[in-house]
Design a binder for this molecule. Structure first.
Ligand code: DX5
Ligand code: ZN
Length: 221
């Protein structure tokens, strides 16, 4: 049976002046979780939102919140983000000196432990620690900004991760982030993705978010 495809709207593309309305709208439109991009102006060139904003939105929704940490040594903040209401803590492999310990910190804090890979980082870096990873996030743009174009050359990495997990008999949620749109969702799902993260591809949909989310979810063959 085909896996249930989860849709995770990236709040970076929401209306920050009316965040509560944006969250209610995507929840109503069928989102499965919310994606919350934290940038530190150091690991990536941009600065976004953090703990106080997460605390503010937490009471507004029951959807799980995926905290995408584009921050150096993100595990330093695992306890704070867990207390603020994060459910999934996704850390960049490139940002952690000791990735295995960082995953442990996320789990001890009570969150699902996730790892994100920048486009230049191969899937193979995760092979030795695969059993410790519940969720992987494949970046299909350089992290830092919304609205960039999807990199189709990342599709084999998605399949490689799906194969690694299948061979190891390990359940792995494979999320894809960056340039995901109705137009390319089919090839991303067919490559093996199980969660599709999309910012501008959901919040800027001309025909409305409900139709768009359903179209992304059902795009696979
Ligand atoms: C980029 C962020 C993404 C971003 C995606 O560094 O990690 O989550 O919001 O935006 P779109 O879907 O517009 O490419
Ligand atoms: Zn993200």
């Amino acid at each position: 049976m085909a896996p249930h495809i989860k849709i995770s709207p990236s709040l970076l593309a929401a209306d920050f002046a009316h965040l509560a309305d944006s969250i209610a709208a995507v929840e109503e439109a069928g989102a499965d979780e919310l994606h919350f991009d934290v940038m530190d102006g150091n690991f990536v060139p941009n600065i976004t939102i953090g703990i106080p904003v997460l605390e503010a939105i937490r009471p507004l929704t029951k959807l799980p919140i995926d905290v995408h940490m584009m921050v150096r040594e993100p595990a330093r903040y695992a306890q704070e983000f867990a207390a603020a209401g994060g459910d999934i803590f996704t850390m960049h492999a490139e940002a952690c000196d000791d990735l295995e310990a960082s995953l442990g910190d996320a789990r001890v804090a009570g969150m699902t432990a996730g790892v994100s890979l920048k486009p230049d980082t191969p899937a193979s870096v995760l092979q030795p620690i695969l059993p410790l990873i519940e969720r992987v996030l494949v970046m299909t743009v350089e992290p830092g900004f919304g609205g960039q174009s999807f990199m189709p050359e990342m599709l084999p990495k998605i399949t490689e991760l799906a194969d690694m997990a299948r061979i190891a008999g390990h359940e792995l949620d494979i999320a894809v982030d960056g340039g995901v749109k109705v137009d390319n969702a089919g090839e991303i799902i067919d490559a093996g993705a199980t969660t599709l993260i999309s910012g501008t591809g959901i919040f800027n949909l001309p025909d409305g978010m409900k139709i768009g989310i359903a179209a992304i979810r059902n795009a696979g063959s």
